[in-house]
Design a protein around this ligand. Structure first.
Ligand code: UFG
Length: 323
């Protein structure tokens, strides 16, 4: 059985679906602080908290767990700057609790949800795995700390892990069973779609004076179902005895904020009012990743690598949710 920690969240829920479609039995472990109970449509749900080692032990005693996927993290970069303690406790200390119990029960396979935020401000585009890791926020630093812990544990305790460094996860399950939903929402595409459906008056463009072709920030949007496929591949790789490794997960294509808004206008057929605002602190102008390594080593191929498909699936889910 596969333990999905944080499986009620946006990304974890998509992976839970993917694993179940591929014949895996899953346990979703989530404290529902940000996760959604109605996203747990597959597998078995166990409510618990990574802050409590006993909560974790109970799950490992109850189920024959063979591997773990870990998504339980706070992800608001700005908030991590305001309240770093909250982030280091949740994203770093609680991960140590999980690893402690995994080792106690001799479970030595882990897929870890990492981020391109571990690279900090890029010195080279596209960003490869060799790019220096100089994170600029407590969120990014915490994720990098865990990557380093995993590397040490791998050497000392024979833990086998894969860290996946996501670029901008986006889109929704093509069947619209689940989708992107955060509270508060800070991500570009769901906010644009809120503006398209009238739940918000407008979308604010954070900065129009960047050194990019249209002055707005460029990001590499990767479909959440493609992310889910990558996790499946990573798990199979570990099950086949693959050695510990880390991979970028992006499409290698960059789209500006203006391009995303324009494409969303076409897809939704709605006029989306955009307002130009100042830059949001901490946003690098361009984040585009090279995913050559994961393509080569894990044979990952994105299926929804077109921005239209990303926005179309997100819109389908958005409309279903509002009904
Ligand atoms: N943006 C706007 N208006 C908004 C929201 C976002 O213009 O209302 C812009 C941002 O400034 C940025 C782009 O849209 O240029 C994408 O912003 P998101 O907040 O959707 O995503 P981020 O690139 O900030 O964040 C993502 C992940 C984080 C990760 C980070 C790494 O969601 O978890 O990449 O930089 F840490």
């Amino acid at each position: 059985m596969i333990l999905i920690v944080g499986g009620a969240g946006y990304i974890g829920a998509h992976i839970n679906k993917q694993l179940n479609l591929n014949g895996y039995e899953t346990i979703v472990f989530d404290n529902l602080s940000y996760g959604h109970e109605d996203f747990i449509k597959w597998g078995t749900f166990e409510r618990g908290d990574l802050g409590d080692v006993e909560d974790i032990r109970k799950i490992f005693e109850k189920y024959p767990i063979t591997a773990v996927m870990h998504f339980a993290a706070f992800t608001f970069v700005g908030e991590s700057v305001e309240d770093p303690q909250r982030y280091y406790k949740n994203n770093v200390c609680n991960t140590l609790n999980l690893l402690q119990v995994m080792l106690e029960f001799d479970v030595k396979k882990l897929v870890f949800s990492s981020t391109c935020a571990t690279y900090g401000d890029p010195v080279e585009i596209p960003i490869t795995e060799q790019h220096p890791q100089n994170p600029i926020s407590p969120y990014g630093r915490g994720k990098l700390m865990v990557e380093n812990v995993l590397s040490d544990y791998s050497r000392a305790y024979n833990l086998h892990y894969v860290s996946l460094r996501y670029f901008n996860a986006a889109g929704a399950d093509p069947d619209a069973d689940i989708g992107e939903l955060h509270n508060p929402e800070t991500h570009l595409i769901p906010l644009i779609l809120d503006a398209a459906s009238g739940c918000r008056d407008n979308i604010k463009i954070f900065g129009t004076d960047y050194n990019t072709p249209d002055g707005t920030c460029i990001r590499d949007y990767v479909h959440v179902t493609d992310l889910a496929h990558a996790h499946l591949k990573a798990l199979q790789y570990l099950e086949d005895g693959g050695k510990s490794d880390y991979f970028n997960l992006g499409n290698g294509n960059g789209f500006s904020v203006n391009e995303v808004i324009e494409k969303s206008r076409k897809i939704t057929g709605n006029d989306i009012k955009a307002i130009e605002e100042d830059r949001r602190p901490g946003d690098p102008p361009i984040l585009v990743g090279s995913s050559d390594k994961i393509r080569k080593i894990l044979g990952w191929e994105p299926k929804y690598d077109d921005l239209s498909l990303i926005i179309e699936t997100a819109w389908k889910w958005h409309q279903k949710r509002e009904k």
